[in-house]
Design a protein. Structure first.
Length: 204
């Protein structure tokens, strides 16, 4: 016998519990909250996620999420397009933007090299980064990847790829004021901002 008085309720809880970090108790509480809302509020809630999936796209230049072919950062004439900050994911873009310390553009890899997880260079957006750099307009690449073994492996791989491309530019990395093993999205804005401003040359 099901622990829920309604099959529909159970299905809703199962869907809510499939979200990262949401346990079944929290899922039940959220579903019961939605059940108490008006039809219009629930439809607006569901519609927002439906539109999210149908209308949000990835920027063709940097792979950040966007409402159009080019994201607002890549399409802005006020940004320094000669400086590219390489990050693991979209949350990292948001974290760095919140510092107010960076005026360049980004390149979202969509992951980092992790052989243990079966993620290699071809599984993330490294080729498109090298393609952007090879156009000759980039003067600096900032490596802003996690301070983990996988992050360092990805940094080294990108460094070698840029060297092999024969492009002359500065390669830097964010200052190591961020604790080893920390994710950028969980780093406070002041520390993250200072790590961008005080970035250092990438050395192997």
């Amino acid at each position: 016998m099901s622990e829920y008085p309604s099959i529909v309720l159970e299905q809703a809880v199962n869907q809510m519990a499939s979200l990262p970090g949401v346990g079944r108790r929290t899922a039940l509480r959220l579903v019961l909250h939605l059940l108490r809302q008006s039809d219009a509020e629930v439809e607006a809630f569901a519609g927002a996620f439906s539109r999210l999936k149908k209308e949000v796209v990835y920027c063709r230049e940097c792979h950040n999420i966007s409402d159009s072919e080019l994201c607002p950062i890549c399409s802005s004439s006020r940004r320094d397009h000669a400086t590219i900050c390489v990050v693991e994911n979209i949350q990292d873009v948001m974290s760095i933007e919140n510092t107010g310390q960076y005026n360049g553009v980004y390149h979202v890899l969509g992951g980092i090299i992790s052989p243990m997880d079966g993620i290699g260079p071809k599984d993330i957006e490294i080729d498109s980064l090298i393609e952007r750099i090879s156009k000759g307009d980039v003067q600096e690449v900032i490596l802003a990847l996690p301070t983990t073994m996988e992050g360092d492996t990805t940094n080294f791989y990108i460094y070698r790829r840029i060297q092999n491309a024969g492009v002359e530019l500065r390669i830097s990395q964010i200052a190591r004021g961020i604790a080893v093993g920390n994710q950028l999205e969980y780093t406070d804005e002041i520390t993250l901002g200072r790590s961008i401003v005080n970035r250092t040359e990438f050395k192997v």
